[in-house]
Ligand binder design. Structure first.
Ligand code: ADP
Ligand code: GN1
Ligand code: MG
Length: 349
């Protein structure tokens, strides 16, 4: 790793170690330690500019969101800051054409891929509820839509169908079952899509990638920060509630291939919902509340069809560790959906 990249930012001290961290599928993330210090001071990220082509608008969204959270969040959570480059920009382009940004590191923080207990789930619910609640009035002008139609079900279903028809890498025959599973549920899912953006389910400012590892916890298990702000943009509250449940109330990680282990932990689900609604429940509309229990199934469905579409197009979007990785992820989400369908009565709030 070229230390010169970090040195192009306004850092305090001399760059020491740069080490990879995290399990994300899109960007590359590193901790940066300053010489003479034991703990990291910064987080360096290489931005995937194929997926996020408008780097300027992407960084502007993050800058606006972090400022707003700092000013209006009542100090309840720590907010990481974008560090400027020496020429006062929020990103740096290296000679090889890559784009980089630097954040302040939240000290003494840990992230998890599953919730270790009910208390963590409540904490996570509080943190994401605080996030959506605090950003609710950041709309003048609205944040930039960094990935158009990111959680638009109609668009994602069309993409899946098109990719299956094109069958570029001849994988459609391998995924007949998976395609059948997802396409057989599309009408039921689309009913919800039509309500988004109406007064009943208004557009808010949402995080749109509310996995549990995008919350930092301290050593006492308290949530201390919400991170990974690439996809902060207008969205429905269901996106954040539903996407969070996929990892916070899941019995197994997203990459688990022993499908009998995959499912919803109803206690963790209720704990997350309690924490989330505690922070934001009173400002939700009746329709938003009615649809909340369906949101985890809808978001698992969206993620499942995105994994499957990527498998069908030859793995061009998500990072993979082996050639079956994306179809296995799509199967994992199927198992989660089936379990949530069985538990739909228990999921009522
Ligand atoms: P990705 O998009 O690849 O998931 P993240 O922004 O979530 O990238 O960062 C990956 C991991 O790096 C996080 O799960 C967390 O452990 C750590 N991390 C990211 N930002 C910070 C920060 N500001 N302070 C401390 N740790 C961080
Ligand atoms: C991607 O890179 P990561 O893990 O933060 C994806 C999310 C998916 C997630 C699935 C921009 O997020 O939408 O839910 O993988 N982010 C983007 O694990 O596509
Ligand atoms: Mg992340």
């Amino acid at each position: 790793m070229d230390k010169g990249i970090v040195e192009s930012f306004q850092i305090n001290g001399q760059v020491g170690r740069i080490q990879p961290i995290g399990s994300g599928h899109i960007n590359d993330t590193y901790t940066v330690t300053i010489k003479g210090s034991a703990d990291p001071s910064y987080i360096l990220q290489r931005i995937n500019h194929t997926i996020f082509p408008n780097i300027e608008k992407l960084c502007e969204n993050i800058h606006r969101a972090t400022n707003h959270l700092e000013l209006n969040g009542n100090g309840q959570y720590q907010v990481m800051k974008l560090v400027c480059t020496k020429d006062e920009k929020h990103w740096h382009q290296s000679n090889d054409g890559n784009y980089w940004r630097l954040f302040t590191h939240i000290p003494d923080s840990h992230s998890f891929d599953l919730a270790p207990s009910n208390d963590f789930a409540i904490e996570a619910g509080n943190a994401y509820g605080w996030f959506v609640g605090t950003l609710s009035n950041l709309n003048n002008p609205p944040l930039f839509e960094v990935i158009p139609g990111f959680h638009n079900l109609g668009l994602r279903i069309n993409q899946l169908q098109l990719t299956a028809n094109e069958n570029k890498v001849d994988r459609a025959k391998i995924c007949k079952n998976e395609l059948g599973f997802y396409l057989s549920r599309c009408n039921e899912m689309l009913a919800f899509d039509d309500l988004i953006g109406t007064s009943e389910i208004p557009l808010r400012v949402t995080h749109n990638d509310t996995k549990i590892n995008n919350i930092l916890f301290n050593s006492k298990g308290k949530a201390i920060s919400v991170i990974d702000l690439d996809t902060v943009m207008p969205g429905a509250v269901h996106y954040d509630f539903g996407d969070a449940i996929r990892t916070i109330a899941a019995k197994a990680i997203e990459d688990e291939t022993r499908l009998e282990l995959v499912g919803l932990n109803i206690e963790l689900y209720k704990a997350f919902a309690t924490g989330f609604l505690d922070k934001i429940g009173s400002s939700l509309t009746q329709k938003e509340l009615i649809y909340l229990p369906s949101a985890p199934r809808i978001m698992a469905y969206i993620m499942g069809i995105r994994f499957l579409a990527d498998y069908l197009r030859g793995d061009t979007y998500y990072k993979i560790k082996h050639s079956a990785h994306n179809i296995q992820r799509a199967q994992n989400q199927m198992a989660l959906i089936i379990d949530m369908e069985k538990k739909s009565n228990e999921m009522n709030l």
